[in-house]
Design a protein around this ligand. Structure first.
Ligand code: DGL
Length: 266
């Protein structure tokens, strides 16, 4: 059981930010990653479509006899996780709760901002999670739909991101928040631009880091963490355009991905 891989899925490539943190946190674990590149983005789609895709992604990962599934996608975690946990017996975690907990730890003035895709922000998933853990915290949210395509285009360091960040975030800045949850897999790549607008004292919470820690705690608590030392292997599957995935992967993972297999029917 402890030898089995961890399954990770995302709507596309952004979940590699979670894989990066997972391999830091637990280098001996094997990982099977599925990126639904044929149907990305999820962030603009309806809850029923996002739930349907999420179920199909879980079913695909179950083919690999995974011991844990991590939904490395904020949109799918926000909308799919409560539903998936009811129907599957394999442990499934998402990125919302870890991010919410980290924000609660980080805030000093009890004012937290959340940014994400339109579907994530409309679901109010972060807000509900924060309020459930600490009802006194004030949460201010903003969807930033252009951030995902800007990152995918490779423009994370471009002036166009500064313009978009100013436009999206200036109202949030006026709320005097001291912590912002980067509630989308792509946003860690935009940290410099977001920090510039919000000011350098504002803490940016990266859900990917927190999720990797949560996964480790869960595996340890269930006695499922790989016990020895080895170099864990990662395998990558996508539903479309493996070539593009390989080209962009380095930006998210911090190192090259050598192969990604295209899956025909998910
Ligand atoms: N992975 C998605 C998320 O974290 C961003 C990309 C998309 O819209 O599918 O919300």
């Amino acid at each position: 059981m402890r030898d089995r891989p961890i399954g990770v899925f995302d709507s596309g490539i952004g979940g590699l930010t979670v894989v990066k943190q997972l391999t830091r946190e637990m280098p001996s674990e094997d990982i099977v990653y599925f990126g639904d590149t044929a149907r990305v983005p999820y962030g603009t789609k309806s809850p029923s479509t996002i739930r349907k895709f999420s179920i199909e992604n879980v079913l695909f990962l179950l083919n690999f006899d995974v011991k844990l599934i991590i939904i490395a996608c904020n949109t799918s975690s926000a909308i799919g996780l409560p539903f998936l946990s009811k129907y599957f017996s394999v442990p499934i975690i998402g990125v919302i709760k870890p991010g919410a907990k980290a924000a609660i730890r980080a805030t000093r003035n009890g004012r937290v901002g959340v940014i994400g895709t339109t579907a994530t922000i409309s679901s109010k998933a972060y807000e509900k999670e924060i309020k459930a853990l600490n009802p006194g915290i004030k949460v201010y949210s903003k969807n930033c739909p252009l951030f995902v395509p800007l990152v995918e285009e490779g423009w994370a360091g471009d002036g166009i991101v500064d313009i978009a960040a100013r436009k999206y975030l200036s109202a949030l800045k006026e709320k005097k928040i001291d912590t912002v949850i980067l509630g989308c897999t792509h946003y860690p790549l935009l940290k410099p631009a977001i920090q510039k607008v919000m000011g350098k004292t504002v803490k940016l919470v990266d859900s990917a880091e927190e999720t990797a820690k949560e996964a480790r705690n869960l595996l340890e608590a269930c006695g499922l963490k790989y016990p020895g030392r080895r170099a864990g292997r990662s395998k990558f599957y996508v539903s479309d355009a493996p070539g593009k995935f390989l080209t962009v992967a380095k930006r998210f993972l911090g190192k090259d991905v050598k192969t990604a297999e295209q899956v025909k029917d998910v």
